[in-house]
Design a protein around this ligand. Structure first.
Ligand code: FE2
Length: 295
């Protein structure tokens, strides 16, 4: 297995190994896991990927999420990201599927609005447009390390509120439907996620974040905006141009990502599996003290 660095200080391609080999071989898994902890975004090219292969690979990293209500793939371990309607044609721009892909173009980390946030996401390209449709990543670990050290302590003791309907509301007021709102109440998480494998801290934020616990609304919003701006500063991203056979895996604790637009009339189909974070991934330290005491 060869590790080829790709981005500005994070992201790497793993060459000479397949998802199937990692799923079947403990030593290959250990090497891939170490690369994941170190590089935050892993790219695999030329994979012969099926749903079964993707899920078997994902399971090694932790428990796979069950897809939430209101998504394509509800109740399975797969999230289908598609703009192809039931009639097989690309949906119009005001269709729910098109608006949802637009919401994915806001900087975010997956599942910060869920009761159990995500360790990692695994995304495979099934149908890709002729141009555009890239996924862009930034390292919130490098963001944290770039910040004035005097800020670190304050951020380590701060907690942010995340709500799915907040990010969807930025695209269309009713994009999160009543069923989703009921199933996904706001969640509060630490602003900094420390990786237990290497002790490195990362800013934990997303388009879903709307308030800082205990902070007046305007001041909290300002802090979130400043951190989002710092995280997404020009020149800090890795842009993944999808090719057929690509699979990309990322650490939701230490990155943010966004989809990039593509010609609206062209189909795009991606399949995501998502791995829930566990205590071993540092989850316990992310809960606000009130919840830690209650559980
Ligand atoms: Fe995402």
């Amino acid at each position: 297995m060869e590790i080829v660095p790709l981005g500005p200080g994070f992201a790497a391609e793993l060459r000479g190994v397949t998802l199937t080999e990692i799923a079947a071989d403990d030593a290959a898994y250990a090497a891939a896991r170490a690369a994941f902890e170190e590089h935050s975004v892993l790219v695999f090219r030329g994979q012969d990927v099926t749903d079964e292969v993707q899920l078997a690979f994902s399971r090694h990293f932790g428990p796979p999420e069950v897809t939430k209500v209101g998504s394509l793939g509800t109740g399975t371990h797969f999230v289908i990201l598609s703009t192809i309607g039931e009639n097989g044609k690309v949906v119009p721009p005001d269709h729910r599927l098109a608006l949802r892909s637009k919401a994915n173009q806001l900087w975010h980390t997956d599942s910060s609005f869920k009761r159990v946030p995500a360790l990692a996401s695994v995304l495979s390209a099934r149908i890709i447009p002729t141009r555009g449709g890239e996924t862009e990543y930034i390292s919130t670990r490098l963001t944290f390390e770039r910040l004035d050290p005097a800020l670190h302590k304050k951020l380590e003791n701060s907690f942010a509120w995340h709500d799915y309907s907040h990010s969807r509301g930025q695209i269309a007021p009713d994009l999160a439907n009543p069923e989703e709102r009921a199933a996904l109440p706001p969640q509060c998480w630490g602003l900094v996620w420390k990786n237990p494998a290497n002790g490195r801290s990362a800013i934990y934020l997303a388009s879903h974040a709307y308030a800082i616990e205990g902070m007046e609304q305007v001041a909290g919003r300002k802090l979130i905006d400043e951190l989002m701006d710092a995280a997404t500063a020009p020149g800090t991203s890795y842009v993944h141009n999808w090719r057929s056979g690509d699979v990309v895996m990322w650490d939701n604790r230490a990155t943010m990502h966004r989809g990039r637009p593509w010609p609206a009339h062209e189909p795009r189909l991606m399949v995501r599996t998502t791995i829930s974070a566990t205590e071993a991934d540092g989850l316990g330290t992310m809960c606000p003290p009130s919840r830690q005491a209650a559980e």
